[in-house]
Design a binder for this molecule. Structure first.
Ligand code: SF4
Length: 684
């Protein structure tokens, strides 16, 4: 029996491989108590499909790749990195890597190369939640744990289709509802998702307007005398300013902005005020927005205003990826350092410089990934190294991204061939979960040790080993002496000593274990300068977009992100093809479109084709999953804007203006996309 954490969503389910090679849920694991969903069941079957076997190289993009040895690969990399100033190289890593991998990469980049030019795909996922948590609580640790579900009675899902994206967590909420009639589940979303269908109340909000809705709830709480003033005065600051902002949104105003009933605003306020224990979950529907940080803060304001922390409730951001939390601990975003430290803080920099024995960590955060794309196009970045992620499908405004990937010297380090490899100069085969060992941290701060159960495929190597061996060849052997992931873990954990995420006393044998107390702020003392939690005025900002429809994006039910691995399982593809778009039947009828017909979605010169499915999406909006790779259809992110939230720099992937035209009505000469239609791709 080999135990590990699920490599997909951030619930972080504990799994094991049984004697017959089947994946099972681990009953001893606190995140899932034996449960699991469909996605990881097919993991062993897809382990070896479509893998990168050997290092591949070409100096220029037009040439074919040739196989090279690892030694040659390291030589090419060392020469490139030593000949280019460190501010002209950029690293883009992943929340799917193990903590040991990202610790070594972060040390290599920030400590050894002395640049903060590194970002992670968490930028597309939880950067907003991190920013808001830090602003409100002084740290971005999730305040509560999954156990809190088991005695809560009010559950909110804001911009989260947890039934599909975090299924084991959602099943735990449903189990709680079966236990007691007091439980109420409310979903606030523009699309009637599976989560919404299983909720007791579905509030179909106009996209982008959540800040107005939540401000209005605060308005009602105040108007009805439902504010917990004792909590507010003892443990928080900034209430008056937040309330002043909320007063711009009486229910009659907010209901117009959000296109919801005034009564629904009142009901949400009442549930906040009168429920026994209130948990608010949210995910990318909040985070991937130009107004994302404000949405997060407006929701946290409600928890602070009603004292909904610890035993009385919790704001609970759902992490998109299996180890995005480990990434936070290691500090792999452009501003982070290990142990929840920040490059902007001199004490933090000095502490890590001393610990690593490497001076010169830069003070300013590096550019984020969308900024790096612009810098590549401006000729300011020469080398981009992508590890375990697929920006050629997942970043917004893909026409621009593809131009940048084409222009830069691109290193792709991955287990599988993916769309980004098409643009690469150097491809490095990486071992994946099951072939390497290390830890991951799930959404509720539970760390799991992942044992290996297979040899690395072909010549692939663990990501930490690739960076270690390269550093050794670049003269950094004394800083990168690692021979095993255990040695890295032992070093990393020492950086957390005395910090909020202290795991210094844990070893692999103690895992799974959670860092911090069950309630991170159990004593209601917060790591802010005053020790109090902070309200923030939440200012509404809805972007102006051209087009007949607002395009919402999200995940496929049984697939994981850009389908690099799960797309190789026929069982998990069932129901996901051909690539589809959900339209409201009334909107479709007005355009003379029927279910099952193909339509072209277009925006700013880009076009994609999708098959229409009818669903209850807000009038004037359409929903298209983002994960289809090029081989199945033009990626949805050809249509999304690279506008970002100003605080977190997370892209606004859920609000793009598009036109919808029936495929059959377009003239072949100019209006049709160049790619084959989805139905043709599926047939081929
Ligand atoms: Fe994996 Fe998430 Fe499913 Fe759990 S809920 S088994 S972590 S995909």
């Amino acid at each position: 029996m080999v135990n590990f954490q699920c490599p997909y969503c951030g619930v972080g389910c504990g799994l094991y491989l049984d004697e017959r090679g089947r994946i099972k849920g681990d009953f001893e694991h606190p995140a899932n108590l034996g449960d699991l969903c469909k996605k990881p069941i097919y993991f062993p079957k897809v382990l070896d499909k479509g893998r990168i076997e050997k290092p591949l190289y070409r100096e220029t993009k037009g040439e074919p790749f040739r196989e090279i040895s690892w030694e040659e690969a390291y030589q090419i990399l060392a020469e490139k990195l030593q000949s280019v100033p460190s501010d002209r190289v950029y690293f883009y890593v992943s929340g799917q890597l193990l903590t040991e991998d990202i610790y070594v990469i972060n040390k290599f980049v920030k400590g050894f190369l002395k640049t903060n030019n590194i970002d992670a795909n968490s930028r597309l996922c939880m950067a907003t939640a991190v920013t808001a948590y830090k602003m409100a609580f002084g740290s971005d640790g999730v305040p509560c744990t999954y156990e809190d579900i088991d005695d809560a009675d009010i559950f909110f899902f804001f911009g989260s289709n947890a039934a599909v994206s975090h299924p084991v967590l959602f099943k735990r909420v449903l189990k709680r509802r079966r236990q007691t009639q007091q439980v109420v589940i409310v979903t606030v979303d523009p699309l009637e998702t599976e989560t919404a269908k299983k909720s007791d109340l579905f509030i179909q909000i106009r996209p982008g307007t959540d800040t107005a809705f939540l401000n209005s709830v605060l308005y009602v709480l105040h108007r009805e005398g439902w504010i917990d003033y004792s909590f507010v005065s003892k443990y928080t600051e900034g209430f008056e300013e937040a309330l002043k902002q909320a007063q711009n949104f009486p229910p009659e105003v907010a209901s117009e902005i959000c296109d919801v009933k005034e009564e629904d605003i009142y009901v949400v306020a009442k549930l906040f005020a009168q429920g026994k224990k209130v948990i608010s979950f949210w995910c990318q529907g909040f985070n991937q927005s130009v107004n994302g940080t404000m949405k997060n803060l407006a929701l946290i304001n409600l928890h602070l205003a009603t004292g909904r922390l610890n035993g009385r409730g919790c704001p609970f951001s759902l992490t998109g990826q299996p180890n995005a939390m480990g990434g936070r601990e290691v500090g792999y975003l452009s501003n982070g350092l290990p142990g929840y430290r920040d490059v902007r803080n001199e004490k933090d920099r000095r502490a890590i410089e001393e610990f690593w024995g490497l001076e010169g960590i830069k003070e300013n955060p590096g550019p984020t990934i969308t900024e790096a794309v612009d810098l590549i196009l401006e000729g300011k970045i020469d080398l981009l190294w992508v590890v375990c992620t697929n920006p050629a499908v997942s970043l917004p405004d893909l026409e621009k991204v593809w131009k940048a990937l084409d222009k830069v010297f691109l290193v792709v380090q991955d287990a599988y061939f993916n769309d980004t490899c098409e643009f690469a100069n150097l491809i490095l085969p990486a071992a994946q979960l099951g072939e390497k060992e290390g830890v991951m941290t799930g959404s509720d701060r539970t760390i799991t040790f992942c044992k290996s159960f297979a040899r690395p495929f072909g010549q692939s190597k663990p990501d930490w080993l690739i960076f270690t061996e390269l550093a050794q060849r670049m003269g950094g052997g004394e800083y990168f002496p690692y021979r095993s992931p255990r040695e890295i873990f032992e070093e990393f954990k020492r950086t957390t000593k005395g910090r909020l995420c202290d795991i210094s006393r844990l070893s692999y044998e103690d895992l799974p274990a959670r860092w911090g107390k069950r309630w991170l702020y159990e004593d209601l003392k917060f790591p802010t300068p005053s020790g109090k939690a902070r309200f923030h005025p939440a200012v509404l900002n809805v972007p102006k977009e051209e087009g007949e429809f607002i395009l919402l994006t999200g995940r496929l039910k049984d697939q994981w992100h850009t389908m690099t691995r799960t797309g190789k399982s026929p069982e998990l593809l069932k129901g996901e093809l051909p690539p589809y778009v959900i339209m409201n039947p009334y909107d479709a009828q007005e355009l003379g479109i029927e279910e099952g017909q193909e339509v072209v979605l277009s925006s700013k010169g880009s076009k994609i084709t999708r098959v229409v499915r009818f669903g209850n999406v807000k009038r004037g909006c359409i929903f298209a999953p983002f994960g289809y790779p090029k081989e199945l259809g033009e990626p949805t992110n050809l249509l999304t804007s690279d506008r970002v939230d100003p605080f977190s720099k997370e892209p606004d992937l859920k609000y793009s203006g598009v036109r919808v035209t029936l495929y059959a009505r377009l003239s072949p000469s100019s209006d049709l996309p160049s790619e084959p239609r989805p139905s043709e791709k599926v047939r081929s």
